[in-house]
Design a protein around this ligand. Structure first.
Ligand SMILES: CC(C)(COP(=O)(O)OP(=O)(O)OC[C@H]1O[C@@H](n2cnc3c(N)ncnc32)[C@H](O)[C@@H]1OP(=O)(O)O)[C@@H](O)C(=O)NCCC(=O)NCCS
Length: 378
C-alpha cells in the first residue's frame, strides 16, 4: 500500500538517491528539492510505503497569472514500476493542479522514454511540441524531448456544482467553412434536442443562407442572432434572442453605406419574422446569472464571442454554451483553428474561465452582446 504525502526534509536523502539513479546526467539537485518543500509555487509529494520509506515522488511547479501547471518530476523506484503506481501518482499530480484551478498540465520527457509517453497518452495528454536537443548530452549525444499537455477541468454530467446537461453531453460538430460557426453551433443544439439533421454538411450551408448578415468584416458574412433564431424556429426549436442594443448589429464592421443598408434591411426582415411568430427578442444585458438560469432550465445558449482573448484577433465567433459552474463556462467550439486547442475532443465542453468569458462575450468597440437561447419545444 502506497500513500502520497507532502515531502519533508527527512525524505530528501531517499529522493535525491532515486533521482540520481533515474537521471544520472540531468538530476534535479538536492538544493532544488529542498526549496520545493516550502515553495508556495510548488507541490512536492512523496509516495511512501507503510513503513514510510520513499518509493517515488512528484513535483509540480506553478507560475502566478498563468493557468499552466508544469509537471516537473514523476518518478517511481524501479522495484515499484509496472504495478500501476505511476498512473496513480500522475492522477494525484493532476488532482493537485486541478485544486489550484489550473487549466493545463504540461510536462516534458525524452523521446526515448516510451514507457512515460504511453502512460501520459493513456491519461489524455497530447503531444504539443518536439524540442530538439533539450536534454544535455549523455555519452556525447543530447536528447530530444516531447512536450505533452493535458486540459484538466472537465464538466461532469450530473455533478451538483454546475448547471447544464445532466443526462448526456452535447455532441460535437466541427464547422466546415470559416463562416459557418453559427450554423454548426445550431446543428449541435438540434442534435442534442433530438432534432438531428439528416445531412449536416448541406444543412450547415442552408442555415447560413437563411441566417447570414450578408456582409461582416471581410470575406463572407457571418450569421446574426435574429437570423439564427429564425433558422432554429424553422427547425422546431424554441428560441429567444438576447441582445444588449436595439440598434443594428455589426454594421460598424463594414465601411460602405450600401453594405450597412443591406445589413440593416436583412436584420429588420428577420426581426419582423420573429415578432410575427412570437419569438422573444430581449434587449438587455444578458448577464452570467441569466445565462446560468437558462442552463439550469435545460437550455443551450449560442453566444457570439470575440476571439481576441484567445488569439489576439478581433473576430466574431459563435460558440455553443453547454454548461457552467463557479469557475468555468463550458463551450462546444465548432471552429477548427481559431482557438489554440488541438483536437475536437478538447473543443467539446472546453472550459473557459469566467473572467475570460466575461471579456470575450461581446463584440466590437461597443461590445455588442448577442446570444440565442435554445430549448426543445415542450
Ligand atoms: C514513468 C513511470 C513514472 C511510470 O510508472 P509505472 O508505475 O512504471 O507505470 P504504471 O505501472 O502505472 O503503468 C502506467 C502505464 O505506463 C506504461 N507502462 C508501464 N510499464 C511499461 C513497460 N514496461 N513498457 C512500456 N510501457 C509501460 C503503460 O502504458 C501503463 O499503462 P497500462 O498498465 O494500462 O498498460 C516510471 O516508469 C518511472 O518512474 N520511470 C522513470 C522516471 C520517468 O521516466 N519519469 C517520467 C518522465 S519525468
Amino acid at each position: 500500500m502506497i500513500n502520497f504525502i507532502p515531502a519533508q526534509v527527512s525524505h530528501l536523502d531517499a529522493v535525491v538517491a532515486l533521482e540520481q539513479g533515474t537521471f544520472p546526467d540531468d538530476a534535479i539537485s538536492r538544493r532544488s528539492f529542498r526549496r520545493f518543500i516550502d515553495a508556495p509555487s510548488a507541490d512536492f509529494y512523496v509516495a511512501v510505503d507503510a513503513d514510510e520509506s520513499v518509493q517515488g515522488y512528484t513535483v509540480l511547479l506553478y507560475r502566478n497569472s498563468t493557468n499552466l501547471a508544469r509537471l516537473y518530476a514523476l518518478v517511481l523506484a524501479p522495484s515499484r514500476q509496472g504495478m500501476g503506481y505511476g498512473r496513480k501518482l500522475l492522477q494525484w499530480a493532476e488532482h493537485l493542479a486541478d485544486e489550484r484551478h489550473c487549466l493545463f498540465l504540461r510536462t516534458e520527457m525524452a523521446t526515448s522514454n516510451q514507457r512515460a509517453e504511453q502512460l501520459f497518452r493513456g491519461e489524455g495528454f497530447r503531444l504539443i511540441e518536439l524540442r530538439e536537443a533539450y536534454y544535455p548530452p549523455s555519452s556525447g549525444q543530447s536528447t530530444d524531448a516531447l512536450v505533452m499537455q493535458k486540459l484538466l477541468p472537465r464538466y461532469e454530467l450530473g455533478d451538483d456544482s454546475g448547471v447544464g446537461a445532466t443526462d448526456e453531453y452535447v455532441p460535437m460538430l466541427t464547422q466546415t467553412t470559416e463562416f459557418t460557426c453559427g450554423p454548426a453551433s445550431l446543428l449541435m443544439a438540434m442534435d442534442y434536442f433530438d432534432r438531428p439533421s439528416t445531412d449536416p454538411a448541406a444543412e450547415e450551408l442552408e442555415i447560413w443562407r437563411e441566417a447570414t448578415t450578408i456582409y461582416m468584416t471581410s470575406g463572407h458574412g457571418g450569421c446574426g442572432p435574429h437570423g439564427l433564431a429564425r433558422a432554429a424556429y424553422n427547425r422546431g426549436l424554441s428560441a429567444r434572442v438576447e441582445v444588449n442594443t436595439d440598434s443594428p448589429l455589426f454594421i460598424e464592421s463594414v465601411r460602405q453605406v450600401q453594405k450597412k443598408d443591406v445589413m440593416q434591411r436583412i436584420q429588420a426582415a428577420d426581426m419582423n419574422f420573429l415578432q410575427a411568430q412570437g419569438v422573444p427578442i430581449n434587449v438587455r444585458d444578458y448577464t452570467l446569472e441569466l445565462l446560468k438560469e437558462d442552463l439550469a432550465n435545460g437550455a443551450l445558449v449560442m453566444a457570439l464571442i470575440s476571439t481576441y482573448q484567445f488569439d489576439g484577433v478581433r473576430a466574431p465567433h459563435w460558440v455553443l454554451i453547454c454548461a457552467a459552474d463557479d469557475d468555468f463556462v463550458y463551450i462546444n467550439d465548432p471552429d477548427y483553428d481559431t482557438l489554440p486547442w488541438e483536437s475536437s475532443t478538447q473543443r467539446q465542453y472546453l472550459p473557459i474561465p469566467i473572467a475570460t468569458f466575461n471579456k470575450a462575450f461581446g463584440y466590437g468597440g461597443r461590445k455588442q452582446k448577442a446570444a440565442v437561447v435554445l430549448q426543445a419545444i415542450k
